[in-house]
Design a protein around this ligand. Sequence first.
Ligand SMILES: Cc1ncc(COP(=O)(O)O)c(C=O)c1O
Length: 372
Amino acid sequence: MRIADFALERYFARWEFAVDHLLCASDVEAWRIADLLELADDEARRLWAGLRLGYTESSGHPLLRAEIARLYDRIDPDDVLVFAGAEEAIFCLSNVLLGPGDHAVVTWPGYQSLFEVGRAAGAEVTLHELHEADGWALDVGRLIASLRPETRLVVVNAPHNPTGMLPTHAEWARLGDALADRGIHLFADEVYRFLELDESDRLVAGADLFERGVSLGVMSKSFAMAGLRIGWLASRDANLLARCAAFKDYTTICSSAPSEILALIGLRARDRVLGRSLRIVTDNLALLHDFFRRQAGRLVWVAPRGGSVAFPRLLGDASIDDLAKRLVEAEGVLLLPGSQFGHPGNHFRLGFGREDLPEALPRFEAFLDRGA
Ligand SMILES: Cc1ncc(COP(=O)(O)O)c(C=O)c1O
């Protein structure tokens, strides 16, 4: 298999652990293991204390799958398959569903593997481009018009990285109906689910929407435990999950035993876990709203509707790539220029899931105010 470099991941490999502040991280400030263990119920505490470090069930620990299934309305534990992060699930599903002669439509700009793996598998991929002028909204009519007889998969990430886009309930239902009618799978990348700023905006999960809907979930983002590397697929399409499970035999076979138990604890305590995450992003967003008001002559943004990232734009002639380079050198604050998404505008990704944003943002602002 030949596959293009994952630009964003190469950028993070260079910078993530070399800077003072990641003002472009896509996750939420990670839990400390000691704090997480305090949330364990008696059963999970026993599982943790007696855990053997052997191989685990390749489809995922039964209790973990049961807990994941509770996040959905129409999903049983057998409809869940656990992976090493969302990334492995994307890799397996794209390879299983797409090959030469197949076509997929994927929201863009976006997380590169969502379209790159399908391309590497030989499929033709149409990027469904979101535009700032439309408030980054998904254009369901245009998306449906881009479907072809050979379209096998539509990939929508919502809440969306990097724009914070979230479709309306009506648009989401319209898309689900159109795909169900045509027998096309929907791959709903819901790694930022539960971080909707208005809870009533939370969409019906892809796996609940129709038989061929597939939900992608992970502990990394809303659940703030990226280091567990625990993700999952949920779907009522048993045949598809069985094919993904068979493919996984060539990637990780099974998940990390300690991570499965820690994920179980996190999911059982999800009200506490998600409450903390929402508090962090809403506190940070309040600072960002003021910041963008003050910086209106230099920056514009479409305020996100969910998730922990936004995609503002630098106004004027200066290039964001150049500014980001000078900012990290001068202040140790990292931005992610849109070029890392292959996006031609002067945009950058801003992350607001980290607890150091109240320190990082003033450094960024001081840099801007110096006219640097
Ligand atoms: C939209 C989206 N999908 C999937 C992933 C992969 O998640 P993980 O790194 O936890 O595997 C990410 C990570 O940034 C993401 O932003």
